[in-house]
Design a protein around this ligand. Sequence first.
Ligand SMILES: Nc1nc2c(c(=O)[nH]1)N[C@H]1C(S)=C(S)[C@@H](COP(=O)(O)OP(=O)(O)OC[C@H]3O[C@@H](n4cnc5c(=O)[nH]c(N)nc54)[C@H](O)[C@@H]3O)O[C@H]1N2
Ligand SMILES: Nc1nc2c(c(=O)[nH]1)N[C@H]1C(S)=C(S)[C@@H](COP(=O)(O)OP(=O)(O)OC[C@H]3O[C@@H](n4cnc5c(=O)[nH]c(N)nc54)[C@H](O)[C@@H]3O)O[C@H]1N2
Ligand code: SF4
Ligand SMILES: [Mo]
Length: 708
Amino acid sequence: MSILRDGTHFRACNLCEAICGLKITVHGGRVTDLRGDPDDPLSRGAICPKGPALIDLHADPDRLRAPQIRTKSGWHTHQWDDALDFAVNGLREVIATHSPDAIAFYVGNPTVHNSGTLLGWSSLLKAIGTSQRYSATSVDQLPHHVAAQAILGHHFLLPIPDIDRTDFFFVLGANPIASNGSLMTAPGVRDRIRALQSRGGRLVVVDPRRTETAAIADEHYFITPGTDALLLLAMLHVIFTEHLVDLGRLADCTDGLQTLAHLVADFSPHNVSARCGIRADQIIALARSFAGANRAVAYGRMGLSTQAFGGLCQWLIIVLNSVTGNLDEPGGAMFTEPAFDLVRMSRSRQPVRRSRVRGLLEFDGEFPVATLADEILTPGPGQIRALITIAGNPVLSTPNGTRLDEALASLDFMLSIDPYRNETTRHAHVILPPAVGLETEHYDAVFHHFAVRNTARVNEPIAILDEDQRYDYQIFAALSQRLGASASPTPMQRIDAALAAGPRATSLAELRAHPHGVDYGPLRSVLPERLCTEGKRINLVPPTITSDLARLAAQSAPKDTLLLIGRRQLRSNNSWMHNTPRLMRGADRCTIIMNPGDAADRSLTDGELVEIATENGQITVPLEVSSEMMPGVVCLPHGFGHNRDGIQLDVASEKPGASYNDLTGGLAIDTLTGNAALNGIPVHVTRASGQASMRDASSDDREHHLAR
Ligand SMILES: Nc1nc2c(c(=O)[nH]1)N[C@H]1C(S)=C(S)[C@@H](COP(=O)(O)OP(=O)(O)OC[C@H]3O[C@@H](n4cnc5c(=O)[nH]c(N)nc54)[C@H](O)[C@@H]3O)O[C@H]1N2
Ligand SMILES: Nc1nc2c(c(=O)[nH]1)N[C@H]1C(S)=C(S)[C@@H](COP(=O)(O)OP(=O)(O)OC[C@H]3O[C@@H](n4cnc5c(=O)[nH]c(N)nc54)[C@H](O)[C@@H]3O)O[C@H]1N2
Ligand code: SF4
Ligand SMILES: [Mo]
């Protein structure tokens, strides 16, 4: 195990998008104090209960610290050289028997939280020469990229809510109080919302659940899952019919207003009200107050992206901000000017390739992960025969996990670069575990890009690695070189070069001289200069997107069924932080929540075990009955299901829960973008046969109450 260096260290937490600065004190190799760094210009001392879990992660006895090879007799620890040779031989054999394209990559979420992983893995991709790429993007934010590329010309040019200066924060399908913010790096978000309210501003939340964020909102509206595009269209309908449109400063470079007026004409509040479950007069009032606010911003996240109309939703969010004069204005939806500028460094490409089995369109070189199992299980030329997973757990995180589980078991070869043997990596023939968390050197290339303030900081490792530990990028480099590639610059060398060429013309050395981070100030208006479209114009009605309106109009309400949505929990992080004891204390958190009326209709009571069933599978979890749910909607967290054989996660296995994605199907996607539709799926909930309640703790132990 690596040894923590004694002293006081400053580095940012890399567990979630909030990137809180931390002050960490180490004595005798142990962390004696860990708190928010008050001098970090972005986080200003904010921290959440997950931050201290970095200590658990460092000490976790289940975390792999040496390569593991699986044989018939089980898992065996190996020297790095042997394991790297074994991995490369396995890959070579697949290339020789099939082709490089028979090897696919799945790249998971923590990749964007570790710059060594983020900037290292493509060397291995190139060395292999495959074009088969999948990632967590298509179970997450893909619709944001599709909309930004179509309207603004670049998939990384994402508008960020200027939460610190707005008067009206309109939040749809996001729960920043639990998630700590997403595509809105806003550490200490609760304080930022409090500041908004104390300067007279309002927080309005649209969500099928009265979430932790809705609970502190000035107004909250329940909405039927999957109908937000209708609500947004109806708000635009009001804005057009009542002549409230005001493009502001960007009027001269914005196209498509007339077409837009025409497109929203059919979607009156009256027409959509029943489908959305929101009264027409409320929709009208919402539109008027949003358009009338001095500075307003609409923001939609997972609940809008991972549903059947994710692409339309993210398009309409940008449009609503634009037609009310809130795009690129203080207090509206703004753009960052990050020191490491992803927009300058890459180009958006028009997708051309389609996936082999289902003909789904690629985006930025990746295919939708909802079809990965199809590509593995369907025989024929081009079939995937080997998989490399990097920082991902798709068995729990992607649709139809049960089928993917089976698909992974059928592969000729699988390599995982991951610190844990979990539900996915247990299928690998070899696991190469990297150093993680406090051990890494890290620059937040992604989250400074999506932050509510322009800042930069570099994070030094605070541990001295064991002789036989490796970083992700060293693993990729060692594999690539064995495959014949020449050495490439290290991630930190690449970051240094990009910082020099970026808008701040800075360097790692300069950032290292500022251990709390460098403050470049609040977001500034940057359009039209920063647009990447032809002629630097904004097209509000890209045909690739508006053509999807017909599908929306044709959609009818599902009958006689409950709709399932997800929830994030403050002391959890997707599938992989359930092995940290301090986050797992208390009652079982993998519960389904149901409205009292729905429970009464089914004669179900709080605390009993229920079975949730879809056409794809069924799981059993305890029931919580609460009026925080909209009638007709039930809610379950994802990332549980730690009861599969062969995993090495002792703490997680004690409260395994069940996996949401054993219920979702690969066919449920937003066909416009290829993103998985994880929310709003029809389910049946019944009493679990012959089982007594296993829930032990009282309901006030529930995390979402604690989080308030
Ligand atoms: N504590 C914690 N923090 C995290 C994570 C975690 O697992 N735990 N994960 C991180 C990751 S990877 C991400 S992407 C972010 C996500 O960050 P958020 O998007 O803020 O997180 P969610 O809690 O998924 O919020 C989605 C909300 O959408 C609602 N919803 C579901 N369906 C619909 C719908 O059809 N319409 C509307 N209007 N709302 C709907 C849900 O009730 C939920 O409140 O969080 C990050 N932060
Ligand atoms: N039903 C449902 N499904 C969802 C979601 C939902 O809301 N509902 N949310 C989706 C979202 S937003 C996301 S982002 C995905 C996440 O999906 P994934 O990224 O596939 O899954 P994670 O649970 O984040 O698993 C992360 C893996 O990375 C490993 N890891 C951690 N740190 C490092 C590191 O530094 N290096 C390496 N090499 N490995 C590391 C962990 O051990 C773990 O195996 O899940 C998606 N799935
Ligand atoms: S909010 Fe919590 S998990 Fe996220 S960066 Fe801050 S301390 Fe870490
Ligand atoms: Mo995510």
